[in-house]
Design a protein around this ligand. Structure first.
Ligand SMILES: [Zn+2]
Length: 306
């Protein structure tokens, strides 16, 4: 048994077929966690779909209506970069429910891992870059609404800047946003996060960790968040097709574990989500995400309790 819960639903699959986004990855991660004996079935929680009230704390009624009725304009569909379908919309609502459930369990157990989510490019009124609904923001707003937390910190390690996160929380002092990403990459327009760590092309493990960890420490100490939401992109990997950084698999695991330990040694609950990963070999993307759960397990063992 893991000392925390994993949140997963079969409906996380975005059903994209042949697409650079391997949307079957959630099922493959779920299966590998079981096959490798890292988790057993009792470790998993099946989330409910987020309610429309939950979604509407972040997104505009106009955008929610368009998604539900399939009335996106051509340019809105093109920005989203994934084919619109009812199943796609359902997958985003379930993913948001998953990050809410992961956050709720994190408040009890110190960790909560959504085996999905991290759709950090979604804006209140439009979607882009494979992201229609910002599950992390929806979860933060729900926990704030319930009085479970006041202040949240988002640590986004996807190779692409967390533009949706930055835009949603731009004027909100209750949420501290940190994004470490490749500067010379999507999105072209990067609205400012609380802290943006812009990396040159080709940065490897050592420089990456030496840039990230002091910023995470300072953020935790100055801001004192009630929860840390981790967007654990697999795409800073050196074999990624959409990324231009050069982290190794070991470096990525060290990245996850180091952030988790910094939070847990200060008794801050950690909520993990996965975001992007476009390795040439899908198995590599799966392994990097599985390693995030292993890093959480190690940190939870070292710093038990909520
Ligand atoms: Zn990405």
């Amino acid at each position: 048994m893991l000392p925390f819960k994993l949140v997963y639903h079969d409906k996380y699959d975005l059903n994209l077929g042949e697409h650079v986004f391997p949307s079957q990855k959630y099922r493959l991660i779920y299966e590998k966690l079981l096959a490798d004996g890292i988790a057993s079935r009792e470790d998993f929680v099946r989330p409910n779909m987020a309610s429309d009230d939950d979604i509407l704390r972040v997104h505009t009624a106009d955008w929610v209506g368009k998604l539900k009725t399939g009335t996106l304009s051509l340019s809105e569909k093109m920005k989203l970069e994934v084919p619109y379908s009812k199943k796609l919309v359902e997958a985003f609502w379930v993913a948001a429910g998953g990050t809410i459930a992961a956050a709720q369990t994190a408040m009890r157990h110190g960790f909560g891992c959504n085996i999905g989510g991290g759709f950090h490019h979604a804006y209140p009124g439009h979607g882009e870059g494979f992201c229609a609904i910002h599950d992390v923001a929806v979860s933060i707003r729900r926990l704030q609404h319930d009085g479970a937390i006041q202040k949240a910190m988002v640590v986004d390690t996807d190779v692409h800047q967390g533009n949706g996160t930055a835009a949603i929380f731009a004027k909100d002092e209750s949420v501290f946003t940190l994004s470490i990403h490749q500067e010379n990459n999507y999105p072209a327009h990067k609205p400012p996060s609380t802290i943006d760590l812009d990396l040159e092309d080709g940065v490897g493990d050592e420089e990456y960790l030496a840039t990230l960890l002091p910023a995470v420490r300072r953020g935790l100490e100055k801001f004192q968040p009630d929860a840390l939401f981790y967007v654990g992109g697999a795409d800073p990997y050196r074999e990624d097709q959409l990324g231009g950084l050069a982290l190794t698999m070991e470096g990525l695991k060290e990245r996850d574990g180091s952030v988790f330990r910094e939070a847990r040694r200060r008794n801050v609950p950690v909520v993990t989500t996965f975001a992007g990963g476009y390795a040439r070999r899908v198995q590599d993307t799966i392994q990097i995400h599985v390693n995030t759960v292993l890093a959480a397990k190690d940190a939870a063992t070292q710093f038990p309790g909520a």
